[in-house]
Write a new protein. Structure first.
Length: 277
């Protein structure tokens, strides 16, 4: 299912008595021209030797982009495991979440796409941190280009075992049952599962398989044929940096990651490119 979203009002604008809108003095709207894309930070991963240093590097990146960002798209797996209970959220990440809230309070759009490691957000990130949460692929017009943005898991996998696990993870019934597990046990299970999953996939993910062999590229080519109005498709998930221009002028982007490669995407309204931090 394809979804579209638009912003009908800018949260940075104040409404005057006559109905007109103006920006508060602390927001410099003309400078906020860039859109940033980042994915796969896997905060909390037990495979990261220095988790606090890792989080601080991500916070430093957010500090850098806040000067000119109009929007930040976090394209899945920002957390290695995230499951919210009714009154309990995962321990840690206070610097990251605080910085995200700071940017949101400045009027910068903060978008959070769930991945295959951080599906289970049930309101905290939206209501307490100020993010807009997306649970499936979205198309959006940014400047002169139309984007499809998706984490990438489940779009082109032929692994039936992964498909079954994904179905279980997205099941509301299974999510309610998991809430019955005490948080400490549930979190420990989640991080252990994530570590095992990463250990199994890491050697494969280091290699780019070419246009014919890369499942997300094949999916993108089919999508472009069916949706010629889309110009750029942005994925996470694969942990490889890729900016591929196809013969028809369309582009397929895989963002890399922010756990080993520290790569991210930038769009200025006309041009898109990948950078590293």
């Amino acid at each position: 299912m394809q979804l579209f979203f638009t912003t009908t009002s800018d949260p940075r604008l104040h409404e005057a008595d006559d109905g007109s809108q103006s920006a508060p003095a602390w927001v410099d709207l003309p400078q906020r021209t860039r859109t940033y894309f980042i994915s796969d930070a896997h905060l909390g991963s037990r495979m990261v030797a220095d988790p606090h240093g890792h989080e601080q590097r991500l916070v430093a990146w957010l500090d850098r982009v806040k000067a000119d960002a109009r929007a930040v798209y976090m394209v899945g797996d920002m957390f290695d495991f995230w499951f919210e209970y009714r009154t309990v959220v995962p321990k840690g990440f206070v610097r990251f979440l605080g910085k995200v809230a700071e940017l949101a309070d400045l009027g910068i759009e903060m978008h959070f796409f769930t991945g295959n490691h951080d599906i289970w957000t049930f309101g905290y990130l939206e209501h307490e941190v100020g993010m807009t949460v997306h649970r499936q692929a979205e198309t959006v017009q940014i400047g002169s280009k139309r984007f499809l943005i998706a984490h990438g898991d489940g779009l082109s996998s032929t692994d039936h075992g992964f498909g079954l696990i994904r179905t279980i993870f997205h099941s509301r019934t299974c999510q309610r049952l998991f809430r019955l597990v005490p948080p400490q046990l549930g979190q420990n299970f989640g991080y252990a599962w994530a570590k095992k999953n990463r250990e199994r996939l890491t050697p494969e993910e280091k290699e780019y398989k070419g246009e014919a062999g890369e499942p997300l590229v094949r999916y993108a080519k089919r999508y472009f044929e069916e949706h010629p109005d889309v110009d750029i498709i942005v994925f996470g998930h694969r942990h490889i940096p890729l900016d591929l221009q196809l013969a028809n002028g369309k582009r397929v982007v895989i963002l890399g990651d922010f756990v080993n490669l520290f790569t991210y995407g930038v769009f200025d309204g006309e041009n898109f490119w990948l950078e590293s931090f």
